[in-house]
Design a binder for this molecule. Structure first.
Ligand code: BG6
Ligand code: MG
Length: 217
């Protein structure tokens, strides 16, 4: 049975994926090329540095170390402007309902995110207090699909990986959960997240019985 839950942040708890996309698109346009929503799919769950590498690849641009560092900062500054304005209204459907359900049962909850901006975002939307552990882009050396981020989270929750469930919206994130030997649940389009053990469009599609069954099993 499942005894701990790990949530990805961007695209699972809050809809920040659209802000990441807008900030990367702005940079791409400044550098003289287009960056589409489809291309953005491979940016989900991936570190800021890796995203810029892929973006420059798409644009066929070779950067000096100096330019690379500057563009990383520029993208993040634009992104921070978007998240500055965030509030509870940007929490995705039924996320508080699921968090409350788990909290009422004293089930440990962790965040497992590639973002270095995870804490300020959780503070902005007033969800920080739900989390017993936070593992983010500041804590990991290996990016998803490497299982590191989720394995650290499991250790912090003092729970064996096989007893952890991971909610993810990114292909790399589902792979990371599977690589960690955890139960992967995709939140988003089933065609994109076909490697997930279970899949829901969003949390409003997932019944509370689904959770009670997993916990009781
Ligand atoms: C992940 C996002 O959660 O965090 C990625 O899905 C993003 O798109 C990554 O690149 C790193 O985020 P940040 O906030 O550290 O730039
Ligand atoms: Mg995500």
């Amino acid at each position: 049975s499942i005894s701990a839950f790990i949530f990805d942040l961007d695209g699972v708890i809050v809809d920040t994926a659209k802000y990441h996309y807008l900030a990367w698109r702005k940079l791409a346009n400044e550098l003289g090329f287009e960056f589409t929503k489809e291309q953005n799919e491979q940016f989900k769950g991936v570190s800021r540095k890796r995203c810029l590498e892929i973006l420059l690849d798409i644009g066929g641009i070779t950067a000096t170390q100096n330019q690379f560092d500057r563009w990383m900062i520029e993208k993040n500054e634009d992104y921070l402007e978007y998240i500055e304005k965030m509030d509870e209204s940007e929490i995705l459907p039924d996320v508080p309902k699921v968090l409350d359900f788990l909290k009422e049962r004293n089930i440990p909850i962790a965040l497992g995110s590639a973002s270095k901006n995870a804490r300020p975002i959780l503070e902005k939307v007033h969800l920080l207090s739900y989390f017993d552990a936070i593992v983010d882009g500041n804590d990991v050396t290996k990016a998803k699909p490497d299982p590191e981020v989720f394995l650290i989270a499991a250790r912090k929750l003092k729970t064996a990986p096989e007893k952890c469930l991971v909610f993810e919206d990114a292909v790399a994130g589902i792979q990371a959960a599977n690589n960690a030997n955890m139960l992967s649940v995709g939140i988003g389009h089933p065609d994109i997240l076909s490697e997930a053990k279970y899949n829901f469009k969003d949390f409003s599609e997932m019944s509370i019985e689904f959770l009670t069954d997993l916990i009781a099993d």
